[in-house]
Write a protein that binds this ligand. Structure first.
Ligand code: NDP
Ligand code: CA
Length: 330
């Protein structure tokens, strides 16, 4: 995959500005569950061999490591032990939380349940705590989960929180409503965990920006959140300006989202839309760079997954800078 940061072609592992102590590079990626991808998804244009774990595992690790992220948020992880071993040898520690009734378990050749995972660089951060949640819908547990972590930058003492999730898939008005309820529960969970700390909230939300959950997150009363890829093209002053019309702010943000974060072909046809996001608290974090997505030609006519792309989702990579006023005692 062509590595472009801020549309400037360069190797992504190039050092970030300054000494890197105030910057956080986050990689958000639905890596495609091995069991679901091979036996359930129906990627009719992907060669069978390209879907084998033998082929995919190196591509997944390569894509993660060549971006040198500080924090890695993954969904559809059903080979956590493998990732923990490989990423563990590269200075990362990780947390995994499986879905309570993962669809993988209903497929014969499964490798355990799929779930969410967060990895962080051990030498840069200290894990101050974490929490997991089975998201509730109308007070009943659903099959979707979230992980929240609190990380402390060792060199500055600054703390921030990272939360990741994978919301309910599939189309329909009722499912959009259900996702919105999951989003409301997610916000409550993460606000309780993070308090006033800077926050990165990312995942596969399985919702296009026009779905109610997008506005629920951007308009939530508990905290001010922005969407990193959408805000990348905005002046910071504009982002922080008090807004009289919240709905107008949301509709502007919708327009700035990328055209797709997943692009695949199933029997029913081509699916190309934006459902993965990195939300952040703009008062405490500045978005500096977002990794661009490959264009249609680079992706190829059979779309993804493919020999080149191990998942049907693209990774989102964002560079953030922590704003100084949050340094406590440093
Ligand atoms: P979701 O509806 O959230 O979807 C599960 C996975 O399916 C996601 O990872 C999703 O990927 C993927 N997916 C989305 N669209 C399609 C599609 N069109 N074709 C194939 N896969 C797709 O599931 P839940 O976690 O709520 O789990 C419920 C599922 O568990 C049921 O859908 C059922 O399949 C399975 N189940 C099976 C039982 C059985 O006896 N066989 C019993 C109980 C449950 P993405 O997020 O990338 O879109
Ligand atoms: Ca999937």
């Amino acid at each position: 995959r062509c590595l472009k940061l801020n549309s400037v072609s360069r190797v992504c592992s190039a050092p970030v500005e300054g000494d890197g102590t105030q910057t956080i590079r986050l990689l958000q990626w639905n890596i495609l569950s091995q069991t679901l991808g091979q036996h359930n998804d129906g990627f009719v244009r992907c060669p069978e061999e390209a879907l084998t774990w033998q082929h995919r595992k190196y591509l997944i690790v390569q894509e993660i490591l060549q971006n040198q992220p500080d924090v890695i948020c993954l969904q559809e992880v059903d080979h956590f032990k493998f990732l923990q071993t490989v990423l563990g040898s590269q200075n990362y520690a990780g947390i995994f939380f499986p879905k309570p009734d993962s669809p993988c378990l209903y497929i014969e050749q499964n490798n355990g349940p799929d779930g969410c995972a967060i990895f962080y660089k051990r030498d840069k951060f200290q894990l101050m705590g974490y929490d997991t949640r089975i998201l509730e819908v109308w007070r009943v547990q659903s099959n979707q989960v979230a992980i929240a972590t609190r990380l402390r930058i060792k060199s500055s003492g600054q703390e921030f929180c990272v939360c990741t999730t994978h919301l309910k898939a599939r189309h329909g008005a009722l499912l959009a409503k259900l996702r919105n309820e999951q989003g409301r529960d997610l916000i409550r969970f993460v606000k309780q965990f993070a308090g006033e700390s800077p926050l990165l909230l990312c995942g596969d939300f399985n919702a296009e920006p026009i779905e109610p959950i997008y506005a629920t997150i951007l308009n939530c009363d508990l905290m001010k959140l922005g969407s990193a890829y959408a805000d990348m093209k905005m002046d910071r002053e504009k982002i922080l300006e008090p807004c009289d019309d919240a709905n107008e702010w949301v509709s502007q943000s919708i327009k700035r989202e990328p055209p797709y974060t997943t692009w695949k072909i199933r029997e029913e046809g081509e699916v190309c839309h934006t459902i993965d996001y990195v939300f952040y608290t703009p008062e405490q974090l500045k978005i500096k760079n977002c990794l661009a997505f490959p264009d249609g030609e680079e992706i190829g006519k059979n779309r993804t997954p493919s020999y080149q792309y191990p998942s049907d989702h693209f990774s989102l990579v964002c560079d953030f800078e922590l704003i100084n006023d949050n340094v406590d005692g440093a």
